[in-house]
Design a protein around this ligand. Sequence first.
Ligand code: SUG
Length: 417
Amino acid sequence: MLVEINFDGIVGPSHNYAGLSPGNLAATRNRGAVSHPRAAALQGIAKMRANLALGLHQGILLPHARPDHRWLAQLGLGYPHAPPHSQAQALSASPMWAANAATVSPAPDTADGRCHLSVANLVTMPHRSHEWPETLAQLRLAFADPAFAVHGPVAAPFGDEGAANHMRLATAHDAPGVEVFVYGIAGGPFPARQHPDASAAIARRHLLDPERTLFVQQSEEAIAAGAFHNDVVAVANGRVLFAHEQAFADKARFYDQLRAAMPEVEIVEVPAAQVSLADAIASYLFNAQLVTLPGGETGLILPGEARATESVWRWLTAHVAGNGPIRRLEVVDVRESMANGGGPACLRLRVVADPATIDPRFLVDDAKLGRIAAVIEAHWPEAIDPAQIADPDLIAGIERARTALLEALDLVGFLDS
Ligand code: SUG
């Protein structure tokens, strides 16, 4: 009954490159570039379709109301007269990166047998700090069934970035797992976004077994090299932990604890001598979806940039040709999201649940994705130049586009109040 469902954030019509995330090298590099919201959203749809074709379960999270007028009002601002940096922060389509929406502890891991979700507060970055109220509204709608417990955000100032800093290992999705919370303390010139106290708070709220819960520090060099979330340097699924050699501050201790908690674990470590931290981060090798395919084998859904990076592709093809646990590689094109530092794994939130307990409006099949794609084709802007974000016509078009999507999904009146 319990299966893994990937909820992808649909790329919103305001997708643009404003360079709002220090420490996120791709977003910083592309600051000021012209974005293509329609192409970006269609790339996301194509990724979901590819996942369905692999036999995986697929859900969606919706773009948020942008600009966020409520947030601007809290700052005493209205969009037309807000300074450019506040406009950009209010307009960001960052809710597309659903891995940052919440931390999820599936029912087999929790003391009350419910699946717990904690919405992420994302307080470290101003443009992300106002995501949580609408994310929470969507989670409360999608996961209203008593099978779930949906929690509000951890109190500020303890930064929480959701599933991007959380890994779960289990012999099967429906078996009790080991949950690993990865926090940051320092990161050279860049902020560490996940506070250890936030991780600890979530583990308590989710009623996790302390014996099967690990807290691990992300290495300072990884953050300094641009791994602003753990999921840029490590990913886990089933029995497999796939990580870069330099991902963790004290990997020997972490691996020992993990093997003690779960003797079946298979640790696949990529040595820095074969793939540098810089190549791993530029290619988003680890920001891949590590999935259990219907036949039971492990697959890796990677961005095209991983295939284009020679050291990375050499390592991957050698692994698959050998006896490693990853048996299949699937490449997807999400380059518009990648240019803002969001790979295939950033775009999805994994929830292990019985699909029958989820509001069907948040689940998709191929036909429904076709209907969503038609709305995107008709309404999403073709391009946004960041110099243009004060344009009232552009803003009106962005707001109309989201309304059209809510109408198509029968969600008008549920999220737009
Ligand atoms: O928080 N980019 C996001 C990318 C999030 C990636 N998520 C995971 N690794 N799970 C971020 O840095 C850039 C937006 C801008 O600059 O306009 C941005 O927010």
